[in-house]
Design a protein around this ligand. Structure first.
Ligand SMILES: C[S@@+](CC[C@H](N)C(=O)[O-])C[C@H]1O[C@@H](n2cnc3c(N)ncnc32)[C@H](O)[C@@H]1O
Length: 225
């Protein structure tokens, strides 16, 4: 089936024996990919708007997986169903993801894995998930139409992270490849531009940005070795 690289990357991180719920499914292609190409026996795809779900229904019928992919119209985690152990949320802002999870945190009780790909505020998402009792198990980058997306995998459990680790990514900073280098270089450019525009009175923000620039320069040096 046709699926973009970003969704395929997310799908390939979903445990094969899991019962996943995709919140904000839009077209439902991720859930369809999971049952059709990865052999999962069932999946749930949910969205809070009827327009996307209409398209999802057409796709589910087109790929002949209506017996395996259940579609639910619901707000955030209201689509949680008994037996679900994995949640995916992608293509949304990080603060929206945090709100969806925080508003209904009791429903996370049996969720062992969350695979989240926020469009922004990834540090805020990491902090929220740590507060909710998860640790960062993996961090993967994927480039689609010239944009680098982060895919974060969280598992139940506790770990402590320094700000440096949260900022660089505790798992990402241990990996080495051209895309990671491009990601850190892009972040360095953004932080350097930001530093030039910050008013002198923003003392703590200036201090933090300088620290972040130092972390990025050091890791880029490491990646060059
Ligand atoms: C940009 S699409 C991303 C679709 C897909 N997850 C992807 O990564 O390609 C975001 C979808 O999330 C849905 N959405 C946004 N907030 C939501 C919420 N609180 N609960 C359920 N669905 C939501 C929107 O209706 C939209 O269909």
């Amino acid at each position: 089936m046709k699926i973009n690289n970003r969704l395929k990357t997310i799908g390939d991180l979903v445990p094969l024996s899991s019962y996943p719920l995709d919140i904000g499914c839009d077209h439902a292609l991720l859930s369809i990919y999971l049952v059709k190409e990865k052999g999962l026996s069932k999946a749930i795809a949910s969205d809070n708007k009827s327009g996307p779900l209409k398209k999802a229904k057409e796709n589910v019928n087109f790929y002949k997986v209506s017996d395996k992919v259940k579609l639910i119209e619901a707000e955030g985690l209201d689509s949680y169903t008994e037996g679900i152990d994995t949640i995916t949320i992608s293509g949304m802002g990080g603060l929206n993801i945090n709100k969806i999870l925080d508003d209904n945190r009791k429903k996370l009780k049996n969720i062992n894995t969350l695979i989240l790909s926020p469009n922004n505020y990834s540090i805020a998402v990491k902090r929220k998930l740590i507060k909710l009792g998860y640790y960062i198990d993996d961090e993967v980058l994927v480039k689609e139409k010239n944009i680098i997306y982060q895919v974060l995998v969280f598992k139940k459990g506790k770990k402590y992270y320094s700000y440096k680790k949260l900022f660089l990514g505790p798992v990402l900073m241990t990996k080495k490849d051209a895309l990671i280098k491009e990601y850190y270089q892009g972040l360095l450019n953004t932080k350097e531009s930001l530093l030039k525009t910050l008013p002198k009175s923003f003392k703590s923000k200036i201090r933090l940005t300088k620290k972040e620039i130092k972390y990025l320069m050091l890791i880029l040096e490491e990646l060059d070795k």
